[in-house]
Design a protein around this ligand. Structure first.
Ligand code: PRP
Length: 230
């Protein structure tokens, strides 16, 4: 046999970590514009490491909250993660060169319709808020000088005010359908959220020849997409 075995990893080989779920559907066209298409669709493949049409690039599709961890430790060179996830996990040790402008939604405070949130806030009452986004929520309410007991949840936050677990939730809203279906309303807007490209700083240095052109192509794809959307 001549030449290196394909199993030997080259310094040019790149791993990109993607978030499962709806961000993935918006990420794949951007990658395709940069010449990277998975050889099997991530939704149907049972493979955990997906080869792509680009010989040097493979994809791993992870739970959103695990993406920054893989990139921080260099197990993935690049990743796509929501700003919500990055704020919650902390972005130390991650280079964030590009807002991909996908997965757009808003982080809000929501309560049951008719609940007197404004009255509670005005009276300075202690309130209970359930959320997956404890760090962001803590900062938001601290900035307002509110007394809040935060309850950490991992999903289905909309249930918390309905079941009497909390007065309010801090959650993402995209179409607003989930709030409406559960008779909840947004009472405070915290911030807009989009997905970001994150890069391991060592990978940026050591694999610059592959990473830099990819960043340029993704940046061009984002700009082209924004022109179409605008
Ligand atoms: C998010 C969020 C809401 C929903 C809002 O959940 O937590 O439940 O989307 O979207 P809408 O305004 O379009 O109805 P997601 O589906 O991402 O799953 P999660 O509960 O695992 O976070």
């Amino acid at each position: 046999m001549t030449g290196p075995s394909p199993a030997v990893s080259r310094v040019t080989a790149l791993t990109i970590a993607l978030s499962k779920g709806r961000i993935l559907d918006e990420t794949l066209p951007l990658l395709a514009a940069a010449g990277i298409a998975p050889l099997e669709h991530p939704d149907t493949s049972r493979k955990l490491i997906l080869p792509t049409s680009h010989a040097d690039v493979s994809l791993v599709v992870l739970r959103a909250t695990d993406v920054p961890t893989y990139v921080r430790y260099g197990a993935a060179d690049l990743g796509v993660a929501g700003k919500d996830v990055l704020l919650e996990a902390g972005s130390d040790g991650l280079y964030q060169p590009l807002d991909l402008r996908i997965g757009a939604c808003r982080l809000v405070v929501a309560t049951r319709r008719g609940f007197d949130w404004a009255g509670l806030v005005q009276r300075g009452a202690r309130v209970r808020v359930a959320t997956k986004y404890v760090q962001v929520a803590r900062e938001h309410f601290a900035a307002k000088g509110m007394h809040v007991d935060l309850i950490k949840l991992y999903g289905s936050m909309e249930l918390a005010p309905l079941a009497g677990l909390a007065d309010a939730i801090v959650d993402l809203v995209s179409t607003g359908n989930t709030l409406r279906a559960n008779d909840l309303v947004a009472v405070e807007d915290i911030m807009p959220i989009t997905s970001r490209l994150i890069v391991n700083p060592a990978a940026l240095k050591l694999k610059r020849d592959v990473v830099k052109p990819l960043l340029d192509q993704l940046s061009a794809a984002v700009a082209a997409r924004s022109e179409v959307v605008a």
